[in-house]
Design a protein around this ligand. Structure first.
Ligand code: ASP
Length: 341
């Protein structure tokens, strides 16, 4: 009996030591975030606006860091970070989302667990306050990966998530953005070749995303967006498409994209970078620069992404004028940036 007790206590002691070793302060963790890429120029920014964005990005980093530094999971960290950004009206996700051509807010979001390759996403939802949490519920509480529209909303309600009236997402700034976009579109319609022109690709700033490496060595990615201003009925972007705007794999990298979604889908952006790393043995920097700085503009698209690889290396490439972005690491090293360097 005594022997058994001794064995038992040794077993639990060992478990305790391992658990502590995995979450000991000083273990590596990384959180990277974006708040959208686009024509973000210092000349068009007021000091007040710049301050508001900087403060919000810092607050978002703090949300995720609070999870990671106490040994929490990358998945919890990216969800908490994105939830904060969805609730913040400055960003094109959740409250503050851009308007569709019909004057609605239709939201897309996705989340992925790099440890298991489990993924969940929602597309074109109009009543779920935090689409990222709905995406996680799809991943964890349904047998599916992607749910859209009314069905996704019904599922979110069944899961007890917060449902709001569509008017909750309204902000005056985004409403004005839609009117501006429509005016510009009708002007463009009179120009030769107009039908081939994309719509208002520059009225879309503010998609949000987070990627993290936790102290246990696991990666996760999350992205949430209202999509592109003046998008047509039922349009779905890259954010909720696993492998396009969102991807995480413990063997390689976690990625969240922002930019002209159609091109991210056609390039299968995030998974391409992961494959270049896994099968082409490329570094994160080489693979992400190739896709974002070369392939994306070569096809006629634009945008950027954030990434953290399994070793904690960070990349934040973009081929637009700016991208709201930042990162924090163990030890508290923190950076927030808006413009091109
Ligand atoms: N990628 C998003 C979309 O196309 C928009 C953005 O990131 O600005 O829906």
């Amino acid at each position: 009996m005594k022997k058994l007790l001794l064995l038992f206590s040794l077993f639990f002691f060992e478990k305790l030591v391992i658990a502590q070793a995995n979450t000991a302060p000083g273990n590596k963790y990384v959180l990277v975030i974006h708040g959208g890429a686009g024509t973000i120029l210092k000349s068009q920014m007021t000091p007040e606006k710049e301050k508001a964005y900087t403060e919000s990005l810092n607050a978002a980093l703090e949300k995720g860091q609070a999870v990671l530094q106490k040994g929490g999971t990358a998945l919890d960290a990216v969800e908490a970070t994105v939830r904060y950004l969805e609730d913040n009206p400055l960003f094109n996700a959740g409250k503050g989302a851009v308007f569709t051509n019909e004057g609605k807010n239709e939201l897309d979001a996705a989340i992925m667990n790099g440890q298991t390759l489990a993924a969940g996403s929602v597309a074109g939802v109009t009543t779920i306050r935090n689409p990222i949490t709905a995406a996680r519920a799809v991943m964890e509480k349904s047998p599916h990966v992607m749910m859209a529209g009314k069905g996704a909303e019904k599922f979110a309600a069944q899961q007890g998530l917060e449902i709001v009236d569509p008017s909750y997402f309204y902000t005056e700034e985004r409403w004005k953005g839609l009117q501006r976009a429509k005016r510009e579109d009708s002007l463009k319609a009179n120009q030769p070749g107009a039908l081939k022109q994309p719509e208002n690709k520059d009225y879309k700033y503010g998609t949000v995303g987070a990627v993290a490496l936790d102290q246990h060595g696991n990666l996760a990615a999350a992205t949430s967006t209202g999509g592109m201003t003046n998008k047509k009925f039922g349009r779905i972007g890259d954010a909720p498409i696993i492998g396009a705007g969102t991807y995480a794999n413990n063997k390689t990298v976690a990625i969240s994209g922002t930019g002209w979604g159609e091109f991210f889908i056609r390039l299968v952006m995030a998974k391409s970078i992961s494959d270049m790393m896994q099968y082409g043995k490329m570094t994160l920097k080489a693979a992400s620069d190739e896709m974002v700085m070369k392939q994306l503009p070569a096809l006629g698209g634009d945008g950027g992404l954030i990434a953290v690889d399994k070793d904690g290396n960070i990349a934040m490439p973009f081929c637009t004028e700016g991208m709201y972005r930042g990162f924090v690491k163990e030890g508290g090293e923190r950076t927030v940036k808006i413009y091109k360097e």
